[in-house]
Design a protein around this ligand. Structure first.
Ligand code: NAP
Length: 289
């Protein structure tokens, strides 16, 4: 019941109409009996900094930030957490005295999602597809968690080179190796974890994978696609066809939300509650696996 004590959180981005975040946060609030409501805020181009000021003036408890504002928003914050600063992207704003502090919960979210499936990064060779915003953050995560090597395959070699050199420099490890997509035959022998962080295969472009060749997929023991719409991507199908395990990105979305909720409310969400919220998400999206 919304009353005079209700705290407000929300998502700033554009577009925001298809977001699943309200379902995550409002379910958590309901299950934890918190008097909190989470709503989407569509922010027009050029207005993100005034939106942050307005949110502080309105005493909002916390905000998520999505495309296209994850970098732009940093300018309007009083403080930025070390990991978010390094990644160069903020997706969560937490109230502090005088304004908002920015965090990145996408990467810890991906880590928690992968750990919950028993997937490890420590000491692994990781094949990373893509060099965009998401791939860049995954590269930081892999370097940070002690991956042995990260083979960053991207359509634009120039972009992969730039991202690899930045991550290597900022983490003090020479572990990210840029490559073009067609160079996958140069990957180290054996089977590896592959993280799919391109936008190829995202709804409505569901019939495509960034690499189609079956020879690539026999090098993968586990394929993790950051995409969750559709819940079975072409990449996942190709991984499974070659005998590997495949996962979609819905748990990453779930855990980035859970970590934001924990930051706003000073609580810790149990694994059981996380799975309850996951079931609600899956039901809403009509996902069976
Ligand atoms: P982005 O910055 O736009 O990067 C897009 C990437 O896809 C680039 O590496 C780009 O290669 C590649 N790409 C695009 N079209 C291509 C094509 N036709 N052929 C080959 N490569 C192509 O996007 P992003 O923000 O990193 O997001 C990437 C994906 O991650 C999206 O599908 C998004 O939905 C997903 N994601 C999921 C979550 C989650 O919570 N599960 C969170 C964040 C992102 P070039 O560099 O050569 O252009």
């Amino acid at each position: 019941m919304i009353d005079g004590h209700t705290r407000t959180c929300g998502l700033m981005g554009n577009p925001v109409e298809h977001t699943m975040s309200p379902l995550i946060h409002n379910t958590l609030a309901q299950k934890l009996s918190h008097n909190l409501v989470y709503v989407p805020f569509k922010v027009e181009e050029g207005k993100i900094l005034s939106a942050v000021k307005g949110a502080a003036a309105l005493n909002l408890l916390g905000l998520n930030v999505t495309v296209p504002y994850k970098s732009q928003v940093m300018e309007g914050l009083v403080q930025v957490d070390g990991l978010a600063e390094k990644i160069g992207a903020v997706n969560t704003l937490v109230r502090t005295e005088g304004g908002f502090k920015g965090y990145n919960t996408d990467m810890p979210g991906l880590y928690r999602a992968m750990s919950s499936e028993g997937i490890r990064l420590e000491g692994e060779n990781v094949i990373l597809l893509g060099a965009g915003g998401a791939a860049r953050a995954v590269a930081f995560l892999c370097a940070d968690k002690g991956a042995a090597g990260v083979y960053m395959l991207n359509r634009s070699m120039e972009k992969a080179r730039a991202v690899a050199s930045e991550v290597n420099h900022k983490t003090g490890r020479e572990c990210i190796y840029p490559m073009t997509l067609s160079d996958y035959w140069k990957l180290p022998e054996g089977k590896h974890l592959a993280i799919q962080a391109t936008s190829v295969g995202l709804y409505p472009d569901v019939d495509r994978a960034v690499i189609e060749d079956g020879d690539f997929y026999r090098r993968i023991h586990t394929g993790y696609d950051l995409i969750y719409r559709p819940s079975t991507t072409r990449f996942m199908e190709l991984v499974r066809k070659a005998g590997g395990q495949a996962y979609h990105g819905l748990k990453m979305l779930l855990y980035q939300g859970i970590i934001a909720y924990e930051l706003w409310n000073g609580v810790s969400v149990s694994g059981e509650l996380a799975l309850e919220v996951y079931e609600v998400l899956k039901e809403k999206m009509n996902i069976k696996e």
